[in-house]
Design a protein around this ligand. Structure first.
Ligand SMILES: NC(=O)c1ccc[n+]([C@@H]2O[C@H](COP(=O)([O-])OP(=O)(O)OC[C@H]3O[C@@H](n4cnc5c(N)ncnc54)[C@H](O)[C@@H]3O)[C@@H](O)[C@H]2O)c1
Ligand SMILES: CC(C)[C@H](C(=O)O)[C@@H](O)C(=O)O
Ligand SMILES: [Mg+2]
Length: 346
C-alpha cells in the first residue's frame, strides 16, 4: 500500500518560499523512491496575510495543522511588520501550541564547506534546545513605556516538568550516538534559580543513562569552545534562548547559516512536529534567487527521519555532502543548488 503523508507547508516570508520550493521537490523525489508520497496543503501565513487580514495564526488553521503528519516551514518575519508580531504570533505560537519541546539542531561539518575553522573535520554535534519555556514564554511587561523611567521585564520560566522532559530526551539522543556525551550549557553562576534547576535535573536523570558521560559549561565559555574546540561537543542540552544563540554560532562554524537545519519536535507525538531551517527570512537577499536552500533540504531529511524514513534521510544528507564537497566558491542560484542536490538523488 502506498503511504501518503499529509504535509503542511508554511513558506512564510522573505526567502522562505524560495527555499521551501526546493525542499518539497527533494521530499517528493525521495518519498517516490520509497514508494510513498506527500499530499501538501500550503498555508498562506506571514506578512502578506497579516497585512491583508490582521491575522498571524487563525485558530482554525491551528486546528487543521494538528491533523497533519508534519509541517515544513520556510521562515517568518518581515521588515514591514513590527518586530515580534509574526515571530511570536505565528512561529512561537506554533512551537508552543504543538508542544515542540525539543528544538533539535544538528551541526556537522561537511567536507569542503567554508568554515573559519580550517582543519577541523570532526565537528559533529547536536544541540537539543528547549522549545517551549525560558525567556520565550512572553512572561513580561513594561511600565512607563517611552519615559526615562521605563521598566521592562522579560521573565524566564523554567518548570521542573519542562526541564526534565527535554533533559531526558537529550540523554536518550546522547545514548544513541557513538560518543555518548552530554554537555549542559547554562549560566548557573548567575542565573542561580533556573541554572540550578537545570543542573540538578541533569544530575537526577544521569543514573538512568550510566553509559552517557556529562559535563557542564557556562554559556559564555561554551561560545569559546564552539570556536576553539568544537569537536569536544556531542550532544548539548540548553535553554531556549541560549540554544537560539548557540545554534547560529554553530551554523557559522560549520559551513554557514545556509546549511543549518532544525526540527521542532514533539517527541510524544501528541501533535505534529515542524521542520525548518535555522535561518530567518533574510530580507537582505529575498527575491534575488540566491538563497541557499540546503538548510531547508536538510530539514526535510530531519522530517523524513521523524516519519520513520531514516534511510531516505541519510540519502539526502549524502547528496548534500557530495554537493557541498564540489561547491567551491562560485555563487549558484537557489534553483541551481536545489537541482544539483536533486540530481544526486536520481
Ligand atoms: N525560524 C525563523 O523563521 C526565523 C529565524 C531567524 C530569524 N527570523 C526572522 O527573519 C528576519 C531576519 O532575521 P535576521 O536577519 O536576524 O536573520 P537571517 O537568518 O534571516 O539572516 C542573517 C544573515 O544570514 C543570511 N542568510 C540567512 N539565510 C540564508 C540562506 N539560506 N542563504 C544565504 N544566506 C542566508 C542573510 O542574508 C543575512 O545576511 C527577522 O524578522 C527575524 O525575526 C526568523
Ligand atoms: C524568529 C525567532 C522567534 C526564532 C527563535 O528565536 O527561536 C529564530 O531565531 C530561530 O532560531 O528559529
Ligand atoms: Mg535563531
Amino acid at each position: 500500500m502506498t503511504q501518503t503523508y499529509r504535509i503542511a507547508t508554511i513558506p512564510g516570508d522573505g526567502i522562505g518560499p524560495e527555499v521551501v520550493a526546493q525542499a518539497t521537490k527533494v521530499l517528493d523525489a525521495v518519498l517516490a523512491s520509497e514508494g510513498a508520497s506527500a499530499a501538501y496543503t500550503e498555508y498562506d501565513l506571514g506578512a502578506r496575510r497579516y497585512h491583508a487580514t490582521g491575522e498571524t495564526l487563525p485558530d482554525k488553521v491551528l486546528e487543521e495543522l494538528r491533523g497533519v503528519d508534519a509541517i515544513l516551514l520556510g521562515a517568518v518575519g518581515d521588515p514591514s511588520v513590527p518586530s515580534g508580531v509574526l515571530e511570536r504570533g505565528l512561529l512561537l505560537r506554533l512551537r508552543f501550541e504543538l508542544d515542540h519541546y525539543v528544538n533539535l539542531r544538528p551541526s556537522k561539518l561537511f567536507e569542503g564547506s567554508t568554515t573559519p575553522l580550517a582543519g577541523n573535520p570532526s565537528i559533529d554535534f547536536v544541540v537539543v534546545r528547549e522549545g517551549t519555556e525560558g525567556p520565550y514564554v512572553g512572561n513580561g511587561g513594561a511600565i512607563r513605556v517611552g519615559t526615562p523611567h521605563e521598566v521592562a521585564n522579560e521573565v524566564s520560566v523554567n518548570t521542573a516538568y519542562g526541564v526534565e522532559r527535554v533533559v531526558r530526551d537529550a540523554f536518550r539522543r546522547a545514548q544513541a550516538r557513538e560518543r555518548k556525551h552530554l554537555t549542559l550549557v547554562h549560566k548557573n553562576n548567575v542565573l542561580v534559580h533556573a541554572g540550578h534547576l537545570w543542573s540538578r535535573t541533569v544530575a537526577a536523570v544521569a543514573p538512568e543513562f550510566p553509559d552517557v558521560t556529562t559535563d557542564y559549561l557556562h554559556v559564555d565559555a561554551a561560545t569559546i569552545f564552539m570556536v576553539t574546540r568544537p569537536e569536544r561537543f556531542d550532544v548539548i542540552v540548553t535553554d531556549n534562548l541560549f540554544g537560539d544563540i548557540l545554534t547560529d554560532l554553530a551554523a557559522a562554524v560549520t559551513g554557514g547559516i545556509g546549511l543549518a537545519a532544525s526540527g521542532n519536535v514533539n517527541p510524544d507525538r501528541t501533535a505534529p512536529s515542524m521542520f525548518e531551517p535555522v535561518h530567518g527570512s533574510a530580507p537582505d537577499i529575498a527575491g534575488k534567487g540566491i538563497a541557499d536552500p540546503t538548510a531547508a533540504i536538510l530539514s526535510v531529511a530531519l522530517l523524513l527521519e521523524h516519519l520513520g524514513h531514516a534511510d531516505a534521510a541519510r540519502r539526502i544528507e549524502a547528496a548534500v555532502a557530495a554537493d557541498v564537497a564540489e561547491r567551491g566558491s562560485t555563487q549558484r542560484s537557489t534553483d541551481e543548488v536545489g537541482a544539483a542536490i536533486l540530481g544526486r538523488l536520481a
